[in-house]
Design a protein around this ligand. Structure first.
Ligand SMILES: Cc1ncc(COP(=O)(O)O)c(C=O)c1O
Length: 382
C-alpha cells in the first residue's frame, strides 16, 4: 500500500526517536499530525528558529533522547539541547587578498574559541545530555581534543570522567584535561592504543564510552557547527573542513546535504578518508605527521562513511609544511593561533591544493587552538 509522504515520514520518525518514559508521546503527536494530513515542517533555515514537533520538554532525568540517524531534524534538535552549554563561535570575513588569495571571499569560523579549545565540546555535550550516564560516569579515548572536551562537559555536568590519551597528545591538552578534573591516563603511541585501553576500562567499570567520532550523538553535536555556520553566513559556495575520524565533516556534510560544496582536508601523513574512499569502505591508513594528535585516528568511522560518499565533494591531501605555513599565516594576518589540526583546512587553500572559482565564497573551519605556540612567560615585552 502506498502511504502519503507525511504518514511515511511519521512512521520513520517513530523508530528513530526512542524513549524512556513520556517521550513516546512525541512519536504519537507526530503520527497524529501525519494521519490528519497535516503538512510536516519544511526542512531548511526556518527550522533553526522552530521547535521540531517531536522535541520534548521534560524534567532533566526524563530528557534522554536516543537518536539513530544523523539528519537535519536531529541536528536542529541537538542544537537546541546543547545550545545553553556551548559558545556560538564568531565568523570573520576576510578578503582573500589579505592572504594572497586574490578574487575570493573567505569566511573563517573561529571554532577554536569554543569551550575547551575546539569544536569537540559540541559532540561531548551532545553525548552527555542525550545518553543515559551511569554512576561510573563516562570514559573517552582521544588524541587530545575530544578528551579535553569530554572532561570539560563532565565537569560542567558534574559527572565523573576518565580520559585515555596516547603519548603524542600535546602538553596543552593534557594540562587542560587535568585542569577540568578528569582522571587522565596516558597510554600507547597512537590513538588506537588509547582507544583499546579505554574499552577495557569501560567493560570493567561500567562507565559510558563516548566515541570521538563513530557515535551518532558525536556526529549530531559536531554537525551543529554546520547549522550555526549557515545561520551566520548563509551564502557560502564551499566549506573546507579538516578530517580525522570524520565526525566533524560527517556531521557538517549531513547538515548541508550537498547544498554547498563540502571539501575535506587531510595531512598526507594521515589519509584516512582518502584511503576509505579509494577502498569503498573504512580501512586502516598511515597515522602520522604534525597533526597526529588530532587528525590521525587510523581509520574513519563507519557512521560517517556513507555520509561522506553522498555529500563530500572531494578530499585533498596537504603536507605538514603547508599546515605550518597556514598556522603562521593565521597568526600573521589575523592574530589567530590555530593548532595543526585547526589550520589544516586553510592549508589546502594557501597551498593551492584547493582551487576556488573566481568570486567564490569559501568557508574555512578553524576548528582547534590547543597549541603550545603561545607562552607569555617567555616573551620579553608585554
Ligand atoms: C582540531 C581538530 N580538528 C579536526 C579534528 C578531526 O575531527 P574528526 O575526528 O571528527 O574528523 C580533530 C579531532 O580530534 C581536532 O582535534
Amino acid at each position: 500500500m502506498m502511504l502519503p509522504p507525511a504518514v511515511e515520514e511519521a512512521q520513520v520518525l517513530s523508530h528513530l526517536v526512542l524513549h524512556n518514559g513520556n517521550c513516546n508521546v512525541v512519536t504519537s503527536v507526530r503520527a497524529r499530525a501525519a494521519e490528519s494530513g497535516a503538512r510536516l515542517h519544511e526542512q531548511g533555515r526556518s527550522r533553526l528558529h522552530q521547535k521540531p514537533i517531536y522535541h520534548c520538554r521534560m524534567p532533566s532525568e526524563l530528557s534522554v533522547i536516543h537518536r539513530t540517524v544523523v539528519d537535519r531534524d536531529g541536528i536542529a534538535s541537538t542544537y537546541e539541547t546543547i545550545r545553553p552549554h556551548i559558545r556560538r563561535t564568531p565568523v570573520v570575513e576576510v578578503d582573500g587578498s589579505d592572504f594572497g588569495l586574490d578574487g575570493i571571499h573567505l569566511v573563517h569560523k573561529l571554532e577554536l574559541l569554543q569551550h575547551s579549545g575546539s569544536f569537540k565540546a559540541r559532540g561531548a555535550f551532545a553525548n552527555l545530555l542525550m545518553r543515559d550516564i551511569p554512576a561510573a560516569g563516562v570514559v573517552a579515548a582521544s588524541g587530545g581534543n575530544h578528551g579535553t572536551a569530554v572532561a570539560f562537559a563532565a565537569m560542567k555536568l558534574k559527572k565523573p570522567a576518565r580520559i585515555f590519551v596516547p603519548e603524542v597528545a600535546s602538553p596543552t591538552k593534557l594540562e587542560r584535561i587535568r585542569e577540568y578534573g578528569a582522571d587522565l591516563v596516558v597510554t600507547g603511541k597512537r590513538y588506537a592504543n588509547a582507544l583499546a585501553a579505554s574499552e577495557v576500562w569501560a567493560a570493567q567499570s561500567g562507565a559510558l564510552a563516548i566515541h570521538a567520532y563513530d557515535q551518532v550523538e558525536t556526529l549530531l553535536g559536531q554537525a551543529t557547527v554546520g547549522l550555526e555556520f549557515e545561520d551566520q553566513s548563509p551564502h557560502l559556495d564551499s566549506l573546507i573542513v579538516a578530517v580525522g575520524g570524520g565526525g566533524l565533516i560527517g556531521g557538517i556534510a549531513a547538515w548541508y546535504s550537498s547544498r554547498i560544496k563540502i571539501v575535506g582536508v587531510e595531512p598526507e601523513a594521515a589519509p584516512t578518508l582518502t584511503r576509505a574512499l579509494e577502498a569503498g569502505r573504512p580501512v586502516d591508513a598511515e597515522a602520522g605527521g604534525i597533526a597526529a594528535d588530532s587528525l590521525a585516528p587510523k581509520r574513519v568511522g563507519k557512521l560517517m562513511f556513507p555520509i561522506a560518499q553522498a555529500h563530500v565533494k572531494s578530499v585533498l591531501l596537504v603536507s605538514d609544511e603547508s599546515i605550518r605555513e597556514a598556522q603562521k599565516a593565521f597568526w600573521k594576518v589575523l592574530r589567530v593561533v590555530a593548532e595543526p589540526g585547526g589550520a589544516a583546512a586553510f592549508a589546502a587553500l594557501l597551498s593551492r591544493r584547493y582551487q576556488p572559482q573566481a568570486g567564490e565564497r569559501v568557508g574555512v573551519l578553524v576548528c582547534g587552538g590547543n597549541s603550545t605556540a603561545v607562552d607569555f612567560g617567555k616573551t620579553s615585552s608585554m
